[in-house]
Design a protein around this ligand. Structure first.
Ligand code: AMP
Ligand code: TRP
Length: 334
């Protein structure tokens, strides 16, 4: 029997932080290696056009993200790895979905409101590009074009996935069963918090609170040393009263594969400084192979280009068939 399709993407818009890794990339690799899914992982370059960039930066960011995918363990032999903009059917489907997408629901999206800096929910005077607004429609197209059943993402993308489900359902209802309603797959750390404010999620819009996985170990250590901790001195998981230490404990637990309770016992009697030191060592060590792999891959332009070409060929073959079916359902093929 055919395996269920699984798809996800990350925007090429700067350095990957540990939230991206724990919420998305690490999970991508594990899901790929489980052999249970037909996996598609792409670089969401069209999505990333909604933020400022120069063409030179964009090119470097795309290559960098492909190198990160491969260095972290995504394997072009096992997964289809491609560049979003190289599959034209995606933006065709996006237009079709725009015609059934509920304006109000898009207007209320948390990410849109944050990025467009909207305080007043009802105001239409918004200082943002339209791409930020229609962003979730493109994301829905990315997913349902491939009949994907599962979408591994961090918690912040759940609302967008809900829209993808709504659009799939609405299209199916209006024009006959065409799409699968996709389900999110959350990693064990779907919402890593910022190092300098553990009440906010780690986000590249606030680099001071990020641990960037490509950073030199000395940088990582410096960042971890400065991470906000709580009053008291006990290494204990307590989200309400010790959000800072709890966040660091979940990082350690996810990277080491050791349960939090075991870590609490292990670090019983030690102070925050000792714990942070152990965490720095773990993080630096954990990404050592990744950093080396990535350096080599970045020197191999041909590998990067070939990976994307092979991926786009495989993805396009499916996408072209699907878009023909969609047009047929809409009565556009005469
Ligand atoms: P982006 O960089 O916005 O394209 O995000 C790439 C992936 O990382 C998405 O699946 C996000 O949900 C995930 N992600 C981003 N920030 C975090 C975070 N702080 N914790 C967990 N996952 C995250
Ligand atoms: N919007 C996602 C993010 O910011 C990236 C993305 C674009 C995506 N299209 C997708 C993720 C499709 C999963 C499936 O992280």
């Amino acid at each position: 029997m055919a395996k269920p399709v699984l798809i996800s993407g990350i925007q090429p818009s700067g350095k990957l932080h540990l939230g991206n890794y724990l919420g998305a990339l690490k999970n991508f690799v594990e899901l790929q290696n489980s052999d249970k899914y037909d996996c598609y992982f792409f670089i969401a370059d069209y999505h990333s056009l909604t933020e400022d960039f120069t063409p030179k930066e964009k090119k470097a960011q795309i290559k960098d993200l492909v190198a990160s995918y491969l260095a972290a363990g995504l394997d072009p032999e096992k997964s289809t790895i491609f560049l979003q903009s190289e599959v034209g059917a995606t933006t065709e489907l996006m237009w079709v979905l725009s015609a059934i997408a509920p304006f109000g629901e898009l207007r209320r999206m948390t990410q849109f409101k944050e990025k467009a800096n909207i305080k007043d929910d009802d105001s239409l005077e918004v200082d943002a590009n339209v791409g930020l607004f229609t962003y979730p429609i493109l994301m829905a197209a990315d997913i349902i074009l491939y009949n994907a059943k599962f979408v591994p993402v961090g918690y912040d993308q759940i609302q967008h996935l809900e829209l993808a489900r709504t659009l799939a359902r609405k299209f199916n209802k209006n024009f006959g069963k065409t799409f699968i309603e996709p389900q999110p797959l959350l990693a064990s750390t779907p919402r890593l918090m910022s190092l300098d404010d553990p009440t906010k999620k780690m986000s590249k819009s606030h680099p001071d609170g990020c641990l960037f996985i490509d950073d030199h170990p000395a940088h990582l250590e410096e960042k971890i040393k400065r991470a906000v901790t709580d009053s008291g001195s006990e290494i204990k998981y307590d989200l309400e009263n010790k959000a800072g230490i709890s966040n660091l404990l979940s990082i350690m637990s996810t990277l080491s594969g050791r349960p939090i309770a075991e870590l609490e016992t292990n670090f019983g009697g030690q102070n925050y400084g000792e714990f942070k030191h152990a965490l720095s060592d773990l993080v630096s060590d954990y990404f050592k192979n990744y950093r080396e792999n990535k350096k080599n891959i970045l020197q191999n332009n041909e590998l990067i280009r070939q990976t994307l070409t092979d991926g786009a060929n495989k993805a396009s073959a499916i996408a072209i068939k699907k878009i023909a079916d969609i047009k047929n359902k809409l009565g556009l093929i005469i």
